[in-house]
Ligand binder design. Sequence first.
Ligand SMILES: [Zn+2]
Length: 177
Amino acid sequence: MAVALDISRALRNPGQRFPYQHEEHLAPQDILGEMVAFDSVQMTGHFALEEGQLHLEGRLTTVAHAACAKCLEPADYEVDVPFYEIFIRPQDLLEESGDDTDPLDRLAYDGPQLAVDQLALTLTLLDLPMRFLCKETCQGLDNIVSFQRETHADQEDLPEQHPFSALQQLLNKEQEV
Ligand SMILES: [Zn+2]
């Protein structure tokens, strides 16, 4: 169970900004068949209660680990995302229409313990690159490259699939539960 962010100071003192430093631990994620692991996620910034809504801003950083798309050696990617999210009260959430809004726009808080594990996961996944490379100039393994040229020659016009599509599946799956 993830440790929530304690926002009780903001609830007691509306309109006042408070600094926070928060750590989340993300489980390894299967993204389009690639396993991606993460260092602990650091979130730092400020939160404040404004007119009944909790404003959470800051910066999320972690390092994602996967295999290089070209040579399969370990590859790292530094995730560094600024964010500004507004959490509304659950009762306000129910009043909203069922339109297809951005899932990040429908965050809610309920009491002094703010769960930000889903937010951390979403922000992290959205920041991941199309593919991991051990270094920009990686030439890959010669035999792998020639193999790919032969088998994927007819697919080269297709756009690369973005990790976001995997995220979308993830969110849909959670909504069904
Ligand atoms: Zn490589």
